[in-house]
Design a protein around this ligand. Structure first.
Ligand code: NAD
Ligand code: TYD
Length: 354
């Protein structure tokens, strides 16, 4: 794995993964980060590493759907390994405007697979990052694992499911060496503040309403982003080619309990005596259409086959995360000043009608 193409490296997980590979892991090769800088990307995330690792890190501004440009990238940098994060990733956006999800998540993945097929002799691995949302929704009992049937419910999860099927098919039909990981909800530094945890931290900080969808009893299984990065790297190094690994944090929480916890931590850190406890900001709003009730992962396979387990407990991970968002105000202000603000204004107020 001398020349690794990382797609979507300026997004939340891609940023954390590139930092992990360069600063903490035993990876010694070169990283070529391809990102087309959508609203979710932030080039500042890796500015410090780009300088420190200038011989091992390159950024290319390109769209993964562009076959010609991506062919140039594959050949100019002698790509032998692909770690594919680039995607449209927000369920709410996929409900309002699904088009980009189909282009990037399905056609973008197809484009990369075709380029890998044409250069099969030198491709060591195509690792595809997917999500547990492809399995649909659980009731009160049970877990998703590698045998669970696909039953995606949102345009986002349906597009990710399509991409998973393509990756699997390219292994079976063409013998491309692939691995796939399906992981649960990530949280941690650099997550775009339209996702639940950063949105709640920032709104709580500013004493703004905390919009909880439906009855707030939906359950997510939270995984600290660095634990996700160690799992991906473990799979890339030791995972069996052609196989899928489910990655989970073993941290199931109802949304309402999580939001209350965030309120209490922000109160501890930024108490303003004139104002009441931040839990008073919680506002129940119209439910997301097709809202999956519960996600939970059984990570036995990656634990027993690859000896991986998450290191961060939710108690420590959420505190680190709150601290990061409170200390990185500029990062948030930069995002909130642009197009994102307009999206929130036009779409969040219309949520009930979608
Ligand atoms: P993100 O939205 O924060 O970042 C996505 C990145 O991909 C952005 O930098 C964006 O500019 C880039 N991108 C989008 N379209 C592109 C295109 N056509 N060409 C090149 N770059 C493009 O997403 P994330 O949360 O970091 O998620 C990364 C991957 O992990 C996705 O595939 C997502 O489906 C998967 N995943 C995420 C979670 C989670 O909780 N965040 C959970 C499970 C799986
Ligand atoms: P999200 O972070 O969008 O991740 P996903 O939909 O991929 O699981 O949402 C996590 C949970 O939080 C999900 O059940 C929807 C809920 N949610 C809210 O209640 N309010 C919000 O403002 C957002 C963004 C999400």
């Amino acid at each position: 794995m001398k020349n690794m193409l990382v797609t979507g490296g300026y997004g939340f997980i891609g940023t954390n993964f590139i930092q992990y590979l360069l600063e903490e892991s035993d990876y010694g090769g070169r990283i070529i980060n391809v990102d087309n800088l959508t609203y979710a990307a932030n080039p500042q995330n890796l500015a410090h590493l780009a300088r420190r690792f200038s011989d091992r890190y390159v950024f290319i501004h390109a769209n993964i759907c562009s076959r010609e440009t991506m062919a140039e990238v594959f050949d100019r940098f002698h790509i032998d390994t692909i770690c594919h994060f680039a995607a449209e990733s927000h369920v709410d956006r996929s409900i309002v405007q699904p088009d980009a999800f189909m282009h990037t998540n399905i056609l973008g993945t197809f484009t990369l697979l075709e380029l890998a097929r044409e250069r099969k002799a030198r491709i060591e691995l195509f690792h595809h990052i997917s999500t547990d949302e492809v399995f649909g929704s659980l009731g009160d009992e049970g877990y998703f694992d590698e045998q669970t049937a696909y039953k995606p419910n949102s345009p986002y999860s349906a597009s990710k499911a399509a991409s998973d099927h393509l990756v699997r098919a390219y292994h079976t039909t063409y013998g491309i060496p692939v691995t796939i990981s399906t992981c649960s909800n990530n949280y941690g530094p650099y997550q775009f503040p339209e996702k639940l945890i950063p949105l709640m931290i920032i709104n709580a900080r500013d004493y703004k309403p905390l919009p909880v969808y439906g009855d707030g009893r939906n359950v997510r299984d939270w995984l600290f982003v660095l634990d996700h990065c160690t799992a991906i790297w473990r799979i890339m190094k030791q995972g069996k080619r052609g196989e899928t690994y489910a990655i989970g944090g073993n941290n199931e929480l109802e949304n309402i309990a999580l939001v209350e916890m965030i309120c209490d931590i922000v109160d501890e850190r930024k108490r303003e005596t004139a104002r009441g406890p931040r839990q008073e900001l919680i506002t129940f709003v119209a439910d997301r259409p097709g809202h999956d009730r519960r996600y939970a992962i059984d990570a036995t396979k990656i634990r027993t086959h690859l000896n991986w387990k998450p290191m961060e407990s939710f108690q420590t991970g959420i505190r680190k995360t709150v601290t990061w968002y409170l200390e990185n105000r500029q990062w948030i202000d930069h995002i909130q000043s642009g197009e994102y603000q307009r999206w929130i204004e036009t779409n969040y107020t219309r949520r009930g009608e979608v």
